[in-house]
Design a binder for this molecule. Structure first.
Ligand SMILES: CCCCCCCCCCCCC/C=C/[C@@H](O)[C@H](COP(=O)(O)O)NC(=O)CCCCCCCCCCCCCCC
Length: 218
């Protein structure tokens, strides 16, 4: 049963997500897995607060978060401190299916890649929200961001389902309210603060994956 504290816990705040992405990078620009995952947990909260139509999306995100957490808590936990150490460890030990699915269908590398691609969608979507006007349609902003990013990795069925979910997104005003940061000007300012952080985490991961030829992991 859901307790009061439990439902409080479910409340999204953009600030909280911003904070976790801030804490994501180490001094030498490695990406801490724990904070990365925490950032996604916050985003999933947001998605859940928008209603059950988005359940199939948040379910997939949660299952990927869980896979990563199980590595982070597993016997090789020390190798799963940062994205960099995870990539090195899994590659050095042949724990990644590189060309087609085989004995490691749920490697940390391929799992994180799915979230990484979704982070690009987030970056594009938040930037559109930030520069949107009162009469902008969130569904259109979301669809544009999706088509430019994640959609290219999704089969037709998923694209169709995603497109239908976007249509029932709340309007800009409600959307901004759910972010819990105050009036629209403040939301826009917060988004301006969050975006460079998200972009940096995205770019560092992208470069790392490119360097190791991991951008097309099955
Ligand atoms: C606010 C609107 C939210 C719209 C979310 C846009 C993303 C649409 C993604 C549709 C994914 C459908 C579910 C299935 C996906 C998987 O097939 C597919 C491939 O995985 P596989 O290789 O293991 O099979 N998975 C993925 O691509 C990972 C998708 C992860 C999506 C996470 C989305 C979280 C959204 C958080 C919204 C936060 C908004 C914040 C505003 C302040």
């Amino acid at each position: 049963m859901q307790t009061m504290a439990g439902s409080e816990d479910q409340k999204f705040s953009l600030q909280e997500v911003l904070d976790t992405f801030k804490l994501c990078l180490s001094e030498n620009k490695e990406v801490y897995l724990e904070q990365y995952v925490a950032g996604w947990r916050g985003l999933v909260k947001f998605l859940n607060s928008l209603g059950s139509v988005f359940g199939f999306i948040s379910k997939d995100a949660v299952s990927k978060i869980q896979i990563l957490v199980s590595y982070m808590k597993g016997e090789n936990a020390s190798h799963y401190a940062t994205v960099q150490s995870m990539v090195k460890y899994e590659l050095d030990n042949n724990l990644v299916d590189v060309n087609k699915k085989g004995s490691h269908p749920e490697s940390g590398c391929r799992t994180l890649l799915r979230l990484h691609r979704a982070l690009r969608w987030l970056e594009l979507f938040l930037d559109r929200l930030r520069t949107s006007t009162e009469d902008s349609k969130t569904s259109a902003l979301c669809a544009e961001a999706y088509n430019e990013s994640l959609a290219q990795h999704h089969p037709w069925m998923i694209r169709k389902a995603a497109g239908m979910a976007f249509l029932v997104l709340p309007g800009r005003q409600t959307f901004f309210e759910v972010m819990n940061v105050g009036p629209p000007e403040q939301v826009v300012a917060k988004l301006g603060e969050a975006l460079p952080l998200i972009s940096e985490v995205y770019q560092i991961t992208e470069d790392l994956y490119a360097q190791h030829n991991l951008l097309d992991l099955p």
